[in-house]
Design a protein around this ligand. Structure first.
Ligand code: NPG
Length: 372
């Protein structure tokens, strides 16, 4: 397949409700979409970097610049005979920028699979056509407000709830949700907001039978996570720390996690995400699919990934209505009984991008030829 052009499109999409985490609050997403045009097909990718570098060191403006000025010239070197598997090696000289690389790889992968008529789920090795839908609940203004939100999601049919926590918003909200909603599947996510000195507080979550506690400590603190894991009954899951399959192998070997959250953007693409899955499966470590408030483009790909055999816990794979008031970039994903979302079955991402809606929410478009 011959790559001809890459389009970098910035869109703005308001969230259905503000989403607060320990690192900030988001009202709308500033998203970089990537379109690859080849001699055979077009493909789409979505960059999950936010408008500010608060979750990790990447952000949308930076990813945009890195793709344009550093990744595209390298991709041009392999443009004549391109496959998705050739993208990461071609870009490897550029350090970091996993989310920028992942977006570019996904656009190429989508084009390649559309050319061959193969769904992404089949390509990755999916074993199911529906995946359980979890929902991530932001830090609320008060416990009653949180209970209302959680009650609404349970009424929608979500089988698993993830609560964002931070120091001062942990034991009480978890206790309140447990007391009100009984034995619902429940887990918490700290986005690296604690230190090892907080172990006694985090141990107070043990009686609530959480599925897991996600990323309690800083990204680079694997030994701290291993020490914390020895002090908690709640299984420790890592997100931000797992930046590659090698990092996953190290974290598991150190005893830093018993569960892994897999996000393609964080590890540089869906091919590396599959390798993270494979390493975890080989070590008997369950994985689940994270989310980064993606549009239908990124979400379609997440659903394909979440259908692999090692994804034995529900992911942050919610329906479109949980994120967007009006998300019509692609067909919306809906929550179906008994709390599942269907994995797309068409070629590539298996979704169709609506060019008119896209134009409506577009802030800028930049096109670069790569075949000369
Ligand atoms: O359902 O897509 C979703 C959101 C899940 O909580 C979620 N994502 O830390 O994992 C996270 C968090 C996040 C969202 C991180 C946006 C960064 C940006």
């Amino acid at each position: 397949m011959k790559l001809q052009e890459i389009e970098l499109r910035r869109i703005r999409l308001p969230l259905v409700a503000p989403f607060r985490t320990s690192f900030g609050v988001e009202h709308e997403r500033d998203i970089l979409l990537v379109k690859a045009t080849t001699d055979a097909a077009e493909g789409w990718g979505e960059c999950v970097a936010g408008s500010e570098p608060l979750y990790s060191s990447e952000h949308a403006d930076g990813a945009h610049q890195v793709i344009r000025d550093h990744l595209l010239p390298r991709l041009a070197g392999v443009a004549e005979d391109l496959t998705a598997a050739r993208v990461a090696p071609a870009l490897a000289g550029v350090k970091g920028h996993a989310m920028a690389k992942a977006a570019l790889e996904l656009a190429v992968l989508d084009a390649e699979l559309r050319e061959h008529g193969m769904p992404l789920a089949s390509y990755l090795g999916a074993v199911r056509d529906q995946v359980p839908a979890g929902v991530s609940v932001g830090i609320a203004g008060s416990v009653p407000e949180l209970l209302d939100t959680v009650g609404g999601y349970l009424a929608d049919g979500y089988p698993r709830i993830k609560l964002k926590i931070e120091p001062g918003w942990d034991v009480e909200p978890v206790r309140a949700v447990r007391e009100r909603f009984g034995d619902v599947l429940l887990q918490v996510d700290a986005n690296a907001a604690y230190t090892l000195a907080d172990a006694p507080t985090l141990a107070r979550l043990d009686p609530f039978d959480l599925l897991l506690i996600e990323q309690p400590l800083p990204e680079d603190d694997l030994r701290g996570h291993a020490a914390l894991a020895r002090k908690l009954r709640t299984p420790v899951c890592l997100d931000e720390s797992i930046i590659s399959a090698r990092a996953a192998a190290d974290a598991i070997a150190l005893g830093a996690c018993a569960i892994v959250n897999v996000k393609a953007g964080r590890v540089g693409g869906f091919l590396e995400a599959r390798r993270v899955h494979d390493v975890c499966v080989a070590n008997g470590v369950p994985v689940w699919c994270g989310g980064m408030l993606e549009t239908g483009i990124g979400r379609a790909a997440n659903l394909a990934l979440a259908a692999l055999p090692g994804f034995t816990l529900p992911g942050d794979t919610s329906a479109s209505a949980r994120y967007w008031r009006r998300e019509l970039i692609t067909e919306p994903f809906v929550l179906e009984p008994p709390g599942v979302v269907s994995v797309p079955v068409g070629p590539g991402l298996g979704v169709t991008v609506d060019p008119e809606f896209l134009e409506e929410i577009t802030v800028s478009v930049e096109r670069r030829r790569v075949d000369r």
